[in-house]
Ligand binder design. Structure first.
Ligand SMILES: NC(=O)c1ccc[n+]([C@@H]2O[C@H](COP(=O)([O-])OP(=O)(O)OC[C@H]3O[C@@H](n4cnc5c(N)ncnc54)[C@H](O)[C@@H]3O)[C@@H](O)[C@H]2O)c1
Length: 448
């Protein structure tokens, strides 16, 4: 066998990346200049609502977008969001009233996951297109109801899968489409959440399956969407296992929340939320309205989601995936390898938060009987640069070509959560579960 040679190349935003690059306002056709501004409302004005959609949309798209209403069940948080976003539109706790009075073209849904369906459906019924955060919803009944409502109303649901937009994930998509490893046959995909970010899911509303659908749906649906997208196929069947080994009841001691805890000195997870001005303004200052504690104890007895999980997924195009998620790792990141008939494409991504200048993610391409090539993709901040590129696509460039199929609709939203929903069921029954039997949707392999 010929020994593997080593080559290195830096991927410098050329070629097809340029095709997907951001179109600036000055390069837009003039017909958009005199168009009326899009009337946008938001329900769920917490962290994601304000930081991903509120403040940046006001700052970046003020020339084409007007916020006309903000709604949250916590009036204090809605008012705080209004200040953070520097807008004067009215704030509401009554969603129907907001929709009736403000008549938005677009509704942004950034509430707790298990409540998305009610706002998505009613929002469309009251005349708006929907931009919803992932996961689209948390169970198969709500999923079906959203798909039916979209058909019935003729409105459109966009699911904001920002992970698709990071440059190195896009590069993986592009290389796979070029056929660099031949036909993809299997994938090894392992994701690690660290003792800061991972633990944070156990402090918040996410720790209850009735809110988040569990991390199988809330978090892993991001990863399942990436797989569905990279593989250009929908998932067909899932076998899964998962347990709670570290947080919740498994912890050494517990309290209601960090501020009231008597174990502050002994607990590695002690966190003083009041040191963060923004989080204090959003949550601590508004506890009086709903009692929600953003700094909940990660060892609370009521945690009812898994913190370690593994699944085997079969795709409609015959690809087998081996997936796992761990939520108490020393570092944050993931390993992925695509195995194909002509080689293997892999990446080990260690997320470092703030990026040093000229930081790269490295992909390794090994050809059967051939060479090994390292491909460097420049890193970017904000979910790997995905957040800003997604906003641009939605608000500035909705009709530019979608060269890498990054725009996601309700079917993509459904297929991502259905893997997690089937995994939950598989774990309970010990049997593998078919997407079609749970959802009534027949999985398809998509040709790009
Ligand atoms: N794409 C990503 O990378 C990403 C990152 C973070 C969060 N998210 C998603 O964004 C959404 C919001 O998450 P977050 O971290 O901002 O949570 P959060 O708790 O900060 O905000 C949720 C807000 O919804 C409000 N709310 C809950 N139920 C409501 C109801 N019935 N009516 C009106 N308001 C209600 C809460 O009061 C809160 O202000 C979630 O769906 C989450 O999955 C996505």
């Amino acid at each position: 066998m010929k020994s593997n040679e080593l080559t290195r190349r830096v991927f410098l935003q050329q070629s097809s990346m340029a095709a997907a690059s951001v179109v600036t306002a000055s390069s837009l056709p003039s017909l958009t200049l005199n168009a009326p501004k899009r009337r946008v409302a938001m329900v769920g004005t917490g962290h994601r609502g304000t930081s991903m959609w509120g403040i940046p949309v006001v700052q970046e798209f003020g020339d084409i977008v007007d916020f006309v209403g903000l709604c949250d069940k916590n009036i204090g948080r809605a008012t705080t969001a209004q200040k953070l976003m520097n807008v004067t539109c009215p704030v509401y706790t009554d969603f129907d009233k907001m929709m009736r009075e403000t008549k938005p073209d677009v509704l942004i849904v950034t509430t707790v996951d298990a409540t998305h369906d009610q706002f998505i459906i009613k929002g469309m019924e009251m005349g708006a297109d929907i931009i919803t955060e992932k996961p689209m919803t948390t169970d198969e009944t709500k999923c079906r109801a959203i798909l039916d409502a979209e058909k019935r109303t003729g409105k459109k649901v966009t699911v904001t899968f920002n992970y698709r937009y990071s440059p190195h994930r896009q590069k993986l998509y592009e290389l796979l489409r070029e056929g660099v490893i031949g036909t993809i046959t299997s994938v090894d995909f392992h994701w690690y959440l660290d003792i800061h970010h991972g633990a944070d899911y156990f402090r918040r509303w996410h720790r209850l399956q009735e809110n988040s659908g569990s991390l199988w749906v809330h978090k892993a649906s991001h990863h399942f969407d990436l797989l569905n997208w990279w593989l250009e196929s929908e998932p067909e069947q899932v076998y899964a296992q998962g347990t709670l080994d570290f947080y919740g009841k498994k912890g050494p001691f517990r309290a209601e929340n960090c501020r009231s805890c008597s174990h502050k000195k002994d607990c590695n997870f002690y966190w003083d939320i009041t040191k963060d001005k923004r989080l204090t303004a959003l949550y601590v200052d508004n506890e009086k309205y709903d009692g929600y504690l953003r700094d909940g104890c990660v060892f609370k007895d009521d945690v009812n989601i898994d913190d370690k999980m593994a699944a085997t997924i079969r795709y409609a195009n015959g690809v087998n995936v081996s997936y796992s998620l761990t939520t108490y790792s020393p570092y944050e990141g993931y390993r992925i390898a695509f195995n194909g008939t002509k080689g293997r494409l892999e990446a080990w991504i260690k997320e470092t938060g703030k990026m040093p200048i000229e930081a790269y993610d490295e992909l390794m391409l090994s050809k059967n009987f051939g060479e090994v090539e390292y491909i460097k993709v420049p890193q970017a901040e904000g979910h790997g640069g995905g957040d800003a590129r997604l906003r641009d696509k939605i608000f500035r460039n909705p009709s530019t070509p979608d060269a890498f199929r990054q725009t996601a609709g309700s079917r993509d939203g459904a297929m991502a959560i259905l893997v997690g929903i089937c995994a939950r069921k598989s774990k309970q029954t010990g049997q593998s579960v078919r997407i079609e039997e749970v959802s009534g949707l027949k999985p398809k392999a998509i040709k790009g």
